[in-house]
Design a protein around this ligand. Structure first.
Ligand SMILES: C[S@@+](CC[C@H](N)C(=O)[O-])C[C@H]1O[C@@H](n2cnc3c(N)ncnc32)[C@H](O)[C@@H]1O
Length: 229
């Protein structure tokens, strides 16, 4: 259905659902989309922000041209990438991150790498969001989720954890929707997230795939479908 309607990914519908429910993107907004390839979210963001808006899609992989959007190829964990984003937008009304690691098949490892990416997305949001801005980030559920959610809560006035209907039923991915960035008055947790030089807190080499097969504890502890705090 996504292709038929002109979207590059099924993920596009998740952002549509999130926006219908939480009103994250408005016309005229400056939106930065992290982990954007192949570009479904960027397409939806460009539609929602309209002609007066500005949308920047960022990914490790190249993204083919999207009407109404600028694309940057880069690692969201790198200062260079953040500078490149800033050169295009200065500051942003909305930061989105659907970034996800390549799955290694080891639940704890994949979860830790997902949280690592989410921490970098939050650090990026802290650097470029205007006060009052909004942030949406994907995180795989697991034992680090609650701590991460707490750090988002310290920086935004209203924070929700949400699992859109468009996510596959068996998926343990969650989206944290955070509204009203407090600006620099927020806590320092995300600011202390590792930068590109010491980003490898999570090792690049996956542990043995056998080590945790069947031990997908994060799923069991998953929150209800949509928790509103
Ligand atoms: C689920 S896909 C995003 C789908 C996208 N939202 C869409 O609608 O088309 C996750 C993306 O995160 C990207 N990614 C993972 N780690 C990244 C990093 N460190 N920097 C930039 N992008 C990253 C991957 O290359 C991949 O394209």
């Amino acid at each position: 259905m996504a292709k038929k309607e002109g979207y590059r990914s099924r993920a596009a519908y998740k952002l549509k659902q999130i926006n219908t429910r939480f009103h994250i993107i408005r016309r005229g907004d400056v939106v930065v989309d992290l982990g954007a390839a192949p570009g479904g979210w960027t397409q939806v963001a460009a539609e929602l922000a309209g002609n007066r808006g500005t949308v920047v899609g960022v990914d490790l992989q190249s993204i083919s041209r999207i009407d109404g959007a600028v694309t940057i190829r880069g690692d969201i964990r790198s200062e260079e990438t953040i500078s490149a984003i800033r050169q295009v937008v200065g500051s942003a009304d909305v930061v989105l991150s659907d970034a996800a690691p390549n799955l290694a098949g080891d639940w704890s490892y994949d979860h830790a790498r997902s949280v690592d990416l989410a921490e970098h997305a939050l650090a990026c949001a802290q650097k470029i969001l205007r006060p009052g801005g909004n942030f949406v980030v994907k995180v795989f559920h697991g034992d680090l989720f609650a701590g991460y959610l707490q750090s988002v809560k310290s920086l935004f006035r209203n924070v929700y954890s949400h699992s859109p209907m468009a996510s596959r039923k068996a998926s343990a991915e969650m989206y944290i929707v955070a509204k009203m960035f407090r600006g620099d008055k927020g806590a320092t947790h995300a600011r202390n997230a590792p930068d590109a030089r010491n980003a490898s807190r999570v090792p690049d080499v996956p542990p043995s795939l056998n080590s945790r097969r069947g031990d997908r504890g994060g799923r069991d502890g998953r929150n209800s479908r949509d928790n509103t705090d």
